[in-house]
Write a protein that binds this ligand. Structure first.
Ligand code: M6R
Length: 612
């Protein structure tokens, strides 16, 4: 969602800020701006629309701070309160023009704050919740910026990641967080602050992550950290292990394409050193589960949203089937509000690429509060969910920039399979079966490579269906969540209305919608239930709906009688989820490309959903 960048150093701030904002474009935004402070003077430039427009305005600006400053902040806004225009764009100035702030999150009691300020003659000019906070900080100011920020934040309900500056103290930048991530990069003679590591990786790899209610004061002397009682605190400096090139598109037309093709390497990273072929098990030390702890688990709950939830569903099936532990997957927003029954013998796995999704984070807190064992399955190292769960498994998939999740999904499935293997081997799975599953997981990169090699063939199929407006994906067993994921990919990047259904569910309602321009993508791989799904696909054909049959290599005959086919490698059902999902990613990508859609930044979507 919104992106924050700050800079204090010896280089031209506005250039670094705009470049940082460009690196965060993928998060989704609809306006952007920068504020710089030079010689006690503030300068602000904002632009509704793309960063390119902001860059032009910054380059043309005559404002001395924009041209000269070595201290500043920038923001990309994804509108929540008020439309995306220049007035509502960040940075926001207070009424006096002496304080400036960027904010991620939502100030829930902003109306109350605005009403209180109005009684003192202070009027907000924008429609945003954020402006109320900078006005409040200015109102609380008595000569020390961090103290004013502390006082103001005590009055705030909601979530925030903020950067604040004032021309009264021209050598200072204050950052604070509650619920919205802030990472501080420590470079040589410079400090960078961002909501997203990708904005600062080109400059430094040494980073400190703010915890909720932390505040950082950045001056020429370095970074000092405080809690909200203003007591000094310290946070560990960790090394960010992401390659700066991973956040660049390179020669690929889109990040999504690059990330799809990065999947073999990403899965290799996700499984490296984690499979023990001798014992036929998985080594997941981050889970911190002794064999005794693992044996006492009564139930596994997997919580997540969107693509992560779909990957969790593959995990649910694998854990039940292999380990014999009852497992359920649940949408995180539902879990957090419905007072779920959770016991200390429950293992709750929170699955999130970003590790920042608001509903998943809240569900983690609820599960911890109820005494469950809570583990994170995150990609972003140091993310809030990873830190708050304190145990779990990182994906090591590298930065995922495309809004449509691809390599995170396949790595999530690989890790879920390893979790299922570990739990299963501690219970009822014999060693030889464990070894077999290890070998299956080891083959994932090679299976994905085979699917990627068919990108051009899938493109030909995609182009035939690119003009359709509705599509259904059907599957069973491990391929049911893959059908859901295929539909999610297609709808989010091509804007075709697509739904994923269990193949058996179609005739309980959706079949009424079928007509000759409604394609069905039927997952007819060689897995148990195939014959029944073939029957369901035939029912669709009988209603004149064209069927794209996804079939296993060597079983091409299954596609006979259907309109088109996509062939994926033949492999066991739980393994098949990965190459099949990759085939559907390619299908969605080529359809979206044929429709000239903005693949990496689909309309209305944000990469990381940090608000409810
Ligand atoms: O960062 P998370 O994995 O928690 O994000 C969850 C969803 O927002 C995300 O998977 C979303 O559905 C993707 N855009 C799907 O491609």
């Amino acid at each position: 969602m919104c992106g924050i960048i700050g800079y204090f150093g010896k280089r031209k701030a506005s250039e670094i800020l705009v470049d940082g904002l460009r690196r965060m474009e993928y998060r989704g935004y609809d306006s952007a701006g920068v504020a710089c402070l030079h010689d006690g003077v503030l300068g602000v430039v904002k632009n509704p629309g793309k960063i390119k427009g902001l860059r032009e305005k910054v380059d043309a600006s005559e404002l001395a701070p924009i041209r000269e400053a070595m201290l500043g902040m920038g923001h990309t806004r994804w509108a929540t309160h008020g439309e995306p225009n220049e007035m509502n764009a960040h940075p926001h100035l207070d009424a006096s023009g002496h304080f400036v702030m960027v904010h991620n999150g939502i100030i829930e009691n902003y109306k109350e704050i605005k009403a209180g300020l109005a009684q003192h003659g202070i009027t907000c000019v924008s429609d945003t919740d954020s402006e109320a906070l900078v006005q409040l900080i200015a109102y609380c100011y008595q000569g020390n910026l961090e103290k004013a920020v502390t006082e103001a934040l005590k009055k705030v309900k909601g979530t925030y990641g903020i950067l604040v500056m004032t021309d009264h103290e021209p050598e200072k930048l204050v950052a604070a967080r509650c619920g919205s991530p802030i990472v501080i990069g420590l470079g040589k003679d410079e400090t960078l602050i961002a909501s997203d590591a990708s904005a600062i990786i080109p400059h430094t790899r040494d980073a400190m992550y703010l915890e909720d209610y932390d505040m950082a004061v950045i001056t020429a002397d370095g970074v000092q950290m405080f809690d909200l009682q203003h007591a000094p605190i310290s946070r560990e400096v960790t090394e960010m292990d992401w390659d700066a090139g991973a956040a660049e598109k390179g020669d690929y037309a889109h990040f999504m394409l690059k990330e799809m093709f990065a999947q073999p390497a990403a899965i290799r990273n996700a499984i490296r050193g984690r499979l023990d072929l001798t014992m036929g098990t998985a080594l997941l030390s981050g889970l911190d589960l002794s064999p005794r702890d693992a044996a006492q688990i009564n139930r596994v709950l997997v919580i997540g949203c969107g693509t992560s939830m779909n990957a969790g569903m593959v995990g649910e099936y694998a854990i039940e089937e292999m380990a014999g532990i009852p497992a359920e997957v649940e949408q995180a927003a539902e879990f957090r509000y419905r007072n779920p029954i959770v016991s200390p013998q429950d293992l709750v796995i929170a699955i999130s690429q970003s590790g920042e999704t608001a509903d998943t984070l809240a569900a983690v807190r609820e599960a911890k509060h109820k005494g469950a064992i809570v583990a994170g399955l995150c990609n972003v190292v140091g993310s809030t969910i990873a830190r708050e769960t304190g145990r779990g498994v990182y994906l090591h998939a590298g930065p995922e920039i495309g809004v449509a999740s691809t390599k995170a999904f396949t790595c999530q499935v690989a890790v879920m399979l390893m979790m299922a293997l570990k739990l299963a081997r501690g219970r009822r799975m014999p060693r030889h079966e464990g070894e077999e599953l290890c070998r299956g997981i080891e083959r994932l990169p090679e299976l994905v490579e085979k699917v990627l090699a068919q990108s051009d063939a899938i493109k030909i199929v995609a182009e035939k269906y690119a003009d359709k407006e509705n599509a259904f994906f059907i599957g069973r067993g491990y391929l049911f969540p893959v059908a859901m994921e295929g539909a999610l990919k297609l709808k989010e990047i091509s804007y075709i209305h697509a739904e994923g259904y269990h193949a058996a569910e179609l005739k309980h309602g959706p079949i009424a919608l079928l007509q000759e321009n409604t394609p069905i993508i039927a997952l007819l791989n060689n897995i148990p239930g195939k014959e029944k799904t073939i029957g369901n696909a035939e029912e669709c054909k009988a209603r004149k709906a064209p069927v794209i049959a996804v079939v296993s290599e060597g079983d091409e005959a299954t596609a006979e009688g259907f309109d088109d086919r996509i062939v994926v490698p033949d492999c066991p059902p739980c393994i098949a989820a990965v190459p099949t999902a990759v085939a559907l990613q390619l299908l969605a990508y080529h359809i979206a490309a044929a429709r000239s859609c903005e693949i990496d930044q689909p309309r209305n979507l944000a990469k990381s959903v940090t608000v409810e």
